[in-house]
Ligand binder design. Sequence first.
Ligand code: ADP
Ligand code: MG
Length: 223
Amino acid sequence: MRGDKGYDLLDFDMLGLAPTLNDALKRAGFTEPTPIQNQAIPLAMQGHDILGLAQTGTGKTLAFGLPLIDTLLAQPGKPAPKTAKALILAPTRELVNQIADSLRVLTDGSKIRVTTVVGGQSIGRQINLLSRGTDILVATPGRLIDLMDRRAVDLRSVCHLVLDEADQMLDMGFIHALRKIAPQLGTPRQTMLFSATMPKQMEELSRAYLDNPRRVQVSPPGK
Ligand code: ADP
Ligand code: MG
């Protein structure tokens, strides 16, 4: 891995994102990428799998969200019914909603549709939403599996997978969920895994689901 110095970009404009995305960032008031964004975005835009180690509050959502949106903007064509082009898994309803809100700020006015499915809400409504197809599906693993069991979602065209706060998901039996979900996804596929800690199980998860990942890491604040 290269040192931080190699990634000292100062402006989002220098990351090579689509002009419409740079405009959306400016409108939202974002000017400088955070260190994890600086490191992850160029590598993700080159198509690499990403293994990211970073604490809460370091800006991980845009670290995976910007390259994802950039790629999807270059891929016109509506998603087919029940399908998704990208899948983001996160441990809780709150995190799923936060991720979707952050992405929608940048996809507003584009054709990219962001859909959430989480537990504790009407599954009928989610089945209905999914029936139209979506570009980015943000989900908690349990509810996604319920929807798969009901054949409400077809994951074969998912070519981008993000596992956010993966260590939290491990504590919730995520390995079993991923064993059910991953074989349904499309190939080839780009996978990005983000976690605040890297226990041994995470290394195993990475070996099982990431292909030659580039590691990106930032120190916790204050270090
Ligand atoms: P994490 O997922 O690592 O906990 P988030 O992606 O939720 O972090 O971002 C944390 C906060 O920082 C959010 O309020 C987000 O809007 C803000 N943020 C993210 N990237 C930037 C940036 N480049 N410039 C300014 N604020 C940012
Ligand atoms: Mg986050």
